[in-house]
Design a protein around this ligand. Structure first.
Ligand code: DON
Length: 305
């Protein structure tokens, strides 16, 4: 397994030059574009790692499945579905033009910014710091890493420059989909995106989604299987944005990317994968990360289709 992962890392080493690191969050521009790490967590408990797998990066959109899970755990499935739909938009993660009519939940999904911002309102808590504390606690629990925390520099950088998300949140407010103060909701969303993690943490979180909410080692049920299936289904259809169709063909399993360069791969009933390579393609997906996952999928016959 290690030999396979090392081979993949070396075969993909040239891909970062085909993309660019994110710069619209200024702090993200400071990373080394050539980093590439991968971790797989297998059904028998084995965890294998190669490359720059110890490197810390911020979750960014990889946190969206966790926001969705926390909203499902704290509200009902019906409440979540009524606020945010499940259809792919076929548009970038931060697009405005989902509809030429009044915006409704049916136009958005939990994996785009508008959907994730709306779902922050369904997390339990009297205040937004309380809601975020619940989300961070869940992320720590699923990763098995109690030390996970917010990268303050990235958080402040995005808070300062995140006017597109501010506009998206005001659009939700304009159409009556959210009622809480926009800045408080965004504070929770920006903090969530700024949780610092590595490929190991990501592979472990992915593995719990793969094993339908049951901790693969302790067999402890952490959340209901129907929530895992809800999250995994939205990852399969919307997790790689307007690159989701291509990803389904070339890689073939539910996954979530983030502009920090992370991708979480979920192979239901089989394994979890965490990959990190910060140079991104035009969709905002890690170039080398997608290529590494395609090679791993080919070598291990991981396509669920
Ligand atoms: O809201 C944003 O724009 C970022 N915090 C997250 C976007 C993101 O990661 C899109 N993923 N590929």
């Amino acid at each position: 397994m290690i030999a396979l992962l090392e081979q993949i890392i070396s075969d993909c080493a040239h891909y970062p030059s085909q993309g660019h690191v994110a710069t619209y969050i200024p702090e993200l521009a400071n990373v080394d574009p050539n980093k590439l790490g991968i971790v797989v967590s297998l059904e028998d408990g084995g965890v294998f790692a190669a490359g720059d797998y110890r490197e810390q990066f911020t979750m960014q959109s990889v946190v969206k499945p966790l926001i969705l899970l926390q909203a499902l755990m704290d509200s009902s499935i019906d409440t979540v579905r009524a606020l945010v739909g499940v259809e792919a938009t076929g548009k970038p993660f931060d697009a405005f033009n989902y509809s030429d009519q009044a915006l409704t939940g049916a136009h958005i999904n939990p994996m785009i910014n508008t959907g994730a911002i709306a779902l922050c309102t369904l997390i339990r808590g009297d205040t937004y710091p309380e809601k975020f504390a619940r989300l961070l606690a869940l992320t720590r629990k699923l990763s098995g890493n109690p030390e996970l925390d917010v990268d303050q520099a990235v958080f402040h950088s995005e808070k300062l420059t995140g006017n597109k998300n501010r506009a998206l949140a005001y659009m939700l407010k304009a159409y009556g989909m959210i009622s809480d103060p926009v800045e408080e909701i965004l504070d929770c969303y920006f903090r969530a995106c700024s949780i610092s993690i590595n490929c190991c943490d990501l592979a472990k979180i992915a593995h719990i989604f793969a094993s339908h909410g049951v901790h693969p080692a302790t067999k402890e049920p952490l959340f209901p299987a129907e929530y895992a299936k809800y999250v995994n289904a939205t990852l399969a259809t919307c997790g790689m944005y307007d690159g989701s169709g291509e990803f389904a063909l070339t890689v073939g399993f539910p996954a979530k990317s983030g502009v920090g360069g992370g991708i979480m791969g979920v192979i239901p009933r089989r394994m979890g994968i965490g990959v990190f390579a910060p140079s991104l393609d035009k969709h905002g997906n890690s170039v080398a990360g997608v290529q590494a996952l395609a090679r791993l999928s080919q070598a291990m016959d991981l396509s669920i289709y």
